[in-house]
Design a protein around this ligand. Structure first.
Ligand SMILES: Nc1ncnc2c1ncn2[C@@H]1O[C@H](COP(=O)(O)OP(=O)(O)OP(=O)(O)O)[C@@H](O)[C@H]1O
Length: 321
């Protein structure tokens, strides 16, 4: 159990979320314990269906946990939303095509009792000069900046972004993050979900990797990068001692994942020499190959088969800044 502290922006304790009933039941989030400090910029990184959106939805009070508790600045997520402590930029929806940028921001501002100045959020979202442009005429990146402006209206302490750059090209994505970075530099806590390892690496200080509804790694970008940039060793390893061999491989220092692929094994490790020595020596393997995959390949290895690998959480002390 994680203890709640005044410096926490987000606190999740044993959070589980299930959808559906009986044989159709899906466990989207499977026991997440998490603490995010004020001012941290954190990326939730994981493949499709990992549970990122569901977790963020619980932080935004859009859905309630089936078990466990979620707190935002010590409040329930609903209270935190109602008092403007947290707001979100969601991937799509929520904009009226026939309104202009200025009309959209003014209209949403009128729904808050207290809000930041309209001109100020337009400036912060880098939309100055576009106030009269219709939403229908905005590019995907500009629409996301408008959603960002709307999320800034309550001047939240915590900003949640769910795949804010989905569908943007590389330069539009970069432009969006430049805008976001300027805002995060002012001390706002930012938590965002992404599929892109490079995006998490460039923008976040901490990466939380999620797969199968669980946190499979949590650390600074440097720690995750070191873990993700190891090498992959594959070799033929069959015969009666295969199970013992797999256990031995999983016990080696620096091994982050071990997968079986037919008669071969695939091992992701920081020290590929040690794995190669063990495989060819004591374990009697053969036909060995060592590859340095791309960052994205390594990410896939780390998140593709939770339980099959030995990916573990970086201790909380190491993960906190
Ligand atoms: N309302 C729902 N009803 C049933 N199942 C759901 C619901 N919402 C999410 N799920 C399921 O829960 C799992 C986690 O989904 P979630 O959207 O949280 O993942 P994600 O990591 O955000 O994925 P993506 O990157 O594709 O957006 C998936 O298997 C999804 O199909």
């Amino acid at each position: 159990m994680i203890s709640t502290s005044a410096s926490e922006a987000v606190h999740l304790d044993g959070v589980v979320k299930e959808f559906g009933r009986g044989s159709h039941r899906v466990r989207a989030v499977d026991g997440v314990d998490l603490s995010i400090g004020r001012g941290e910029v954190v990326a939730f990184l994981g493949p499709n269906g990992a549970g990122k959106t569901t977790t963020l939805d619980m932080v935004l009070g859009l859905t309630a946990p089936s078990a466990g508790t979620a707190r935002v600045h010590g409040l329930s997520p609903r209270e935190a939303v109602l008092t403007g402590r947290v707001s979100g930029v969601l991937q799509s929806g929520g904009l009226l095509r026939d309104l202009s940028v200025g009309e959209t921001v003014t209209m949403i501002a009128s729904t808050f009792r207290n809000h930041a100045r309209v001109a100020e959020v337009i400036r912060r979202a880098d939309l100055e000069g576009m106030e009269k442009r219709k939403v229908s005429k905005l590019s995907g990146g500009e629409q996301q900046r408008l959603r960002f402006a709307l999320a800034l209206l309550p001047d939240p302490d915590l900003l949640i972004l769910d795949e804010p750059t989905a569908g943007m090209d590389v330069s539009t994505r970069r432009q969006f993050w430049d805008t976001m970075r300027a805002d995060a530099d002012n001390g706002r806590t930012v938590v965002f979900a992404t599929h892109y390892l490079e995006e998490a690496d460039t923008f976040a200080e901490r990466i939380i990797m999620i797969a199968g509804g669980r946190i499979v790694a949590d650390g600074s970008t440097a720690q995750i990068r070191a873990r993700a940039t190891g090498r992959t060793v594959t070799a033929r390893l069959d015969g009666p001692h295969r199970a013992t061999g797999l256990r031995r491989l999983r016990s080696l220092d620096g091994v982050s994942a071990v997968h079986e692929e037919g008669p071969r094994v695939r091992v992701h490790a920081a020290d590929s020499d040690a794995v190669a020595r063990a495989l060819l020596g004591e374990l009697g393997g053969s036909d060995l190959e060592i590859t340095t995959g791309s960052l994205d390949d390594a990410f896939t290895t780390l998140t593709s088969a939770p339980g099959a690998g030995t990916v573990s959480q970086i201790p909380a002390g190491e993960a906190s800044r």
